[in-house]
Design a protein around this ligand. Structure first.
Ligand code: F6P
Length: 551
């Protein structure tokens, strides 16, 4: 297999030692085949596995030796990962470009514990909001909260985008099994009017509640959709402004903007600037999740998050699930030059998990400068993508097995099915085992020939193998397990960001496009063509759109 060429692999200055050692080590081991590594150590599959907080991580099918792991762990130590973890949990302002603490761990801290930000213990506030969310959810679920006409609420629509959408939609899909099936939950995010139109086309406004979820309450997409929702709701309810209080609630950090929109702050659920958008599904942003699955299940999810937080905070790096996943990711990203990671959940309910992870990983670690503003000397966040198994097998796995690119894969599976149907689950899990086995060990020309394959066909049917994967197994997809799974990836992303010495908690890269769009909107909407001062390509696109829209 053509291993990827190395690109940006100069060591960050402060981490020179372990990074350089890994670079030399890579030259020695990069050609080693997993067949050989397993043949040399019959116990490898048992040795390179960790069982913790109800998860079993098999990382033996990675292209690592004991020395690789030793050096990666040394890299973590030399990078000051331990100090960074402690700083995050202490509430230090580690999001330096926005001067904010990064405390999603406080969102799941048990009642009675203490995490201090700017001299204030934030845990009581977290629980006060959780209590209000629980009260509201119970009232909606029981039918006590009625709409303007007195009918009970049967439909809940979350309006948000990015972290204010991807977490809620992923969690709703993941935990649908636990949701109230008498209710309908939908999610509107795109500014494309189709998203809204399709979400409401078969719904009765008198039975529909909108949750407007936006940390800033200024995001173009969300505010546009929220205003459209308000018009749709009012139109269906006879235009009585009083109906808004019964059909709209808000989740935000921005009280002033919520009030301006016309939502009573009594119906506002707050969170705080120390919760990043992509780390907010367990804050009030999870209100739709709580209405869907009920407060007890939501609390179980928070318990799962917290268990993984404690594991991350206290377990030695050698047994630390997020740290190991983060380090293995760095090994492929920065030494093998792998550009992507495939996330392959063998659980239909996790169908939106890869999309959720894309924001979590890529908005966090898609950074080109270090904390001190210098250009990074190594590649940072890889591209995350994936689909639930076994669908991916009949689509893109061909490239993973026989293509020319190295694609590390995370397989995620559960021992117990939520919908036991005949032999389905055994067949599903057989596919997980088969895929990781095929990726690692492949099929040699001799094996292909021994099957009587004509010589000319042999190369086409050879599997070179040596394709790395992690397998993550848990008992069953419950709210608690989902919390653990999300927290595991959150902390893996954190670990990588600490080692790359970048700010994993800002997202300046999304700003420029937003600003330019604001400039272009009036240019598209004005009656006569305005003076266009963009480049010739953008000017032509604007003219083409204006002309074809009118024709
Ligand atoms: O895409 C940029 C971003 O700021 C995300 O980080 C955030 O999750 C999303 O926009 C939505 O922001 P808000 O919740 O403020 O509407």
């Amino acid at each position: 297999m053509a291993a990827q060429a190395q690109r940006l692999t100069k060591p960050p200055k402060t981490r020179q030692k372990a990074w350089s050692a890994l670079a030399s080590h890579y030259k020695k081991v990069s050609k080693l085949h997993l067949q050989q590594l397993f043949a040399d150590d019959p116990k490898r599959g048992e040795r390179l596995a960790v069982e913790a907080v109800g998860f079993y991580l098999d990382y033996s099918k990675n292209r690592v030796t004991d020395e690789t792991l030793r050096l990666l762990l040394q890299l973590a130590e030399e990078s000051g990962l331990r100090a960074r973890i402690d700083a995050m949990f202490r509430g230090e302002k580690i999001n330096i470009t926005e001067k904010r603490a990064v405390l999603h761990v406080a969102l799941r801290a048990p009642r009675g514990t203490s995490i201090v930000v700017d001299g204030k213990n934030v845990v009581p506030e977290v629980h006060a909001v959780l209590d209000r969310m629980a009260d509201f959810s119970n009232r909606v679920r029981s039918g006590e909260w009625t709409g303007h006409t007195g009918k009970r609420i049967r439909n809940v629509i979350n309006v948000g985008i990015g972290g204010s959408d991807l977490g809620p939609v992923m969690a709703y899909e993941a935990l649908k099994h636990y949701s109230d099936r008498a209710m309908t939950f939908r999610f509107v995010s795109n500014i494309d009017g189709t998203d809204f139109a399709e979400a409401v086309r078969d719904l009765d406004p008198s039975e529909t509640l909108f949750i407007i979820s936006s940390k800033t309450f200024t995001t173009l997409e969300t505010m546009t959709n929220a205003h459209t929702a308000r018009e749709w709701s009012l139109a269906g309810l006879g235009g009585d402004e009083k109906s808004v209080a019964k059909h709209f609630v808000a989740v935000s950090t921005n009280t002033a903007e919520v009030t301006k929109f016309g939502i009573d702050t009594a119906n506002m659920f707050e969170f705080w600037d120390w919760v990043g958008g992509r780390y907010s599904m367990d804050s009030a942003i999870g209100l739709s999740t709580m209405v869907a699955i009920g407060p007890e299940n939501f609390q179980a999810m928070l318990n799962g998050f917290h268990q993984m937080d404690e594991h991350f905070r206290t377990a030695p790096f050698r047994q630390n699930l997020p740290v190991l996943l983060g380090l293995l990711g760095i090994w492929y990203n920065d030494f093998f030059g792998a550009q992507t990671v495939a996330v392959l959940p063998y659980e239909q309910y996790l169908k939106r998990f890869p999309a959720y992870l894309q924001q979590l990983t890529m908005e966090s670690n898609g950074k080109h400068v270090t904390l001190d503003g210098k250009k990074v000397r190594h590649d940072t966040g890889p591209i995350y993508w994936g689909e639930p198994g076994t669908n991916g097998q009949h689509s893109f796995y061909q490239l993973i097995h026989q293509g020319t690119r190295l694609i590390p894969c995370d397989f995620i599976a559960f021992s117990k099915p939520l919908n036991p149907l005949g032999r389905h689950h055994d067949m599903l899990i057989a596919n997980v085992c088969a895929q990781t086995e095929a990726l690692a060990f492949g099929k040699t020309p001799a094996q292909v020939e021994a099957e009587g394959t004509p010589k000319w066909l042999v190369p086409h049917r050879v599997f070179e193998g040596n394709r790395p994967s992690n397998t993550i197994l848990a008992d069953e997809l419950t709210p608690e397990t989902l919390g653990k799974l999300v927290a595991m990836y959150e902390h893996a992303v954190f670990s990588q960001g600490a080692i790359w010495n970048i700010d994993s908690f800002d997202q300046w890269g999304v700003e420029l496009g937003k600003v330019l769009a604001q400039r272009i909107i009036p240019e598209l909407e004005s009656k006569t063509e305005p003076q266009l001062l963009h480049d010739s390509s953008t000017n032509s696109l604007i003219r083409y759109y204006r002309n074809s829209r009118q024709s």
